[in-house]
Design a binder for this molecule. Structure first.
Ligand code: ATP
Ligand code: MN
Length: 463
């Protein structure tokens, strides 16, 4: 079997040589003397034109090829006389792996809507749009690891099934082996009897690896998780999924201002990696979906992120002329329209909002001396609004216990978490970046369902 060359690896150094390509046909055009096949193997945006001469021994079979077929082409790489492509291949031999009945193939040449393509999520991957999206997604995943590994962070795998609810992060999916088709075992009080369940207690799919990874930060210093998280939030928006991936660094000996710096460095590193590696994919996405795409990415890489306190932001919003759907009031969470106004209109750069009211944030956030705010931060990006949420963690044992009591959270459930404050407590901080939010931002896709392989959202878990 010949060695296969990926389209992405073609270069002028290979011109004149015999190469072997394998992939799927995007278009087929026949003339009397030639068949022109456009082949793509998923490694690049632009496919390559294959020219099959009618003199080839099995030309009759080749001429019957249709869009979607899988083939192997052995032939000579030549400079292309045509515009818009550097090379083409003069086929010497074409092997047909799998034909694709042309009239049935769901991806016809005409443009399909993204909504329609979601229904064929297993085949949409063969389009230019999804080729670009998933190559960029791969680069972003790689860049996440490079960023942290280069800085000496340890990659930690936190559990998917958890007993602890990272309080308030989102609604939970319960995990059970009790059968819904059979009568539930009940306690004397008429509640479900979890001693009969697999783990002997209620457990859930994780909404965040944070509490677990804090234990690692308090032993290894600099750590991060990057894994799937689940939220049963019934919000049918263009930026929420029920299953998404989250990156959560957690850093010991780190206060809020250091965390803000880490978040800005991290986001810029991710965007630069894509600008470096994906000029062709980004140019395509820009043409199709957002004429400002590359300019926005470059602007962010070169901007200072503006740090503003929540209190100041509320003032700015209250004084602005902008008509908002939701009123702004100190003590209420900001809506996406407010977040976007701050970053897009007021500052014109990414904004880091810090020091949120204690009552709208989670129990583990570090109490500020003013007794009404906590050392939390959200990073706001144009188009998306919140892209990162994080905080310095409460490292004082008494404060944390007091907070649990105030919120009526059972202290015994958090025993191990309190131990981290009992034994050698240190200031530590961390944040969560929704992976799909950054993929969405870099690709310019309007809907988060178009940047994850097989989206899970309310009412849909197909494929
Ligand atoms: P939002 O207000 O956008 O719902 P959140 O405040 O619930 O976000 P956090 O609990 O702080 O979010 O989660 C950390 C990060 O995870 C967010 O900044 C966001 O990037 C991402 N994220 C949160 N919920 C979802 C979701 N349902 N789908 C995709 N990404 C999400
Ligand atoms: Mn949410």
């Amino acid at each position: 079997m010949s060695q296969r060359t990926r389209l992405a690896a073609l270069s002028s150094a290979l011109v004149g040589q015999e190469i072997c390509l394998r992939g799927w046909l995007r278009t087929v055009r026949n003339s009397k003397k030639f068949s022109f096949l456009n082949l793509n193997d998923g490694s690049t945006q632009s496919g390559i034109q294959i020219i099959a001469d009618a003199e080839l021994p099995d030309y009759e079979e080749i001429a019957k090829l249709t869009t979607g077929s899988a083939v192997e082409v052995i032939g000579q790489l030549v400079e292309s006389p045509g515009k818009g492509q550097a090379f083409e291949v003069q086929a010497q031999q074409i092997r047909i792996y799998g034909r694709s009945p042309g009239e049935d193939y769901p991806l016809q040449k005409k443009g399909h809507t993204l909504e329609f393509l979601r229904e064929i999520a297993h085949l949409r991957l063969r389009t230019n749009t999804f080729g670009a999206v998933f190559r960029i997604r791969n680069t972003l995943a790689d860049a996440v690891h490079r960023f942290f590994q280069e800085r000496g962070f340890l990659y930690i795998h936190t559990p998917i099934i958890t007993a602890s609810d990272t309080e308030g992060a989102g609604a939970l999916f319960q995990v059970t082996t009790l059968s819904l088709d059979q009568r539930l075992p009940l306690t004397a009080q008429g509640k479900p009897d979890y001693s009969a369940d697999f783990f002997g207690r209620p457990v859930f799919l994780t909404v965040s690896g944070q509490l677990n990874v804090e234990a690692f930060a308090c032993s290894f210093g600099d750590v991060y998780t990057f894994g799937p998280t689940f939220r049963a939030e019934n919000s049918n928006t263009s930026r929420h999924l029920a299953e998404f991936w989250m990156i959560e660094p957690e850093v010991a000996f780190c206060e809020l201002s250091d965390l803000v710096q880490l978040a800005a460095d991290f986001l810029k590193f991710l965007l630069s990696s894509c600008l470096e590696r994906h000029s062709e994919d980004l140019a395509f996405l820009q043409k199709m979906y957002d004429p400002e795409l590359c300019a926005t990415l470059e602007h962010i890489v070169s901007s200072e992120f503006q740090t503003v306190s929540y209190t100041e932001a509320v003032d700015i919003l209250q004084q602005s002329e902008q008509p908002f759907e939701f009123a702004v009031e100190w003590g209420a969470d900001l809506q996406s329209e407010h977040e976007r106004y701050l970053t897009e209109q007021h500052y014109g750069c990414p904004v880091v909002l810090i020091d949120y009211p204690r009552d709208i944030k989670s129990f583990y956030m570090k109490q500020n001396p003013d007794d009404r705010t906590v050392a939390a931060m959200d990073v706001l990006f144009p188009r998306i609004g919140e892209i990162i949420g994080g905080s310095q963690r409460e490292d004082n044992l008494e404060q944390l216990q007091k907070r649990l009591r105030e919120l009526d959270l059972p202290e015994e459930e958090y025993g191990w978490y309190l131990d981290l404050r009992r034994y050698g407590s240190v200031p530590h901080s961390g944040f969560g970046l929704g992976f799909e939010r950054i993929v969405q931002f870099v690709t310019g896709m309007k809907n988060i369902r178009d940047v994850i392989p097989f989206p899970r959202v309310p009412g849909h878990a197909d494929f």
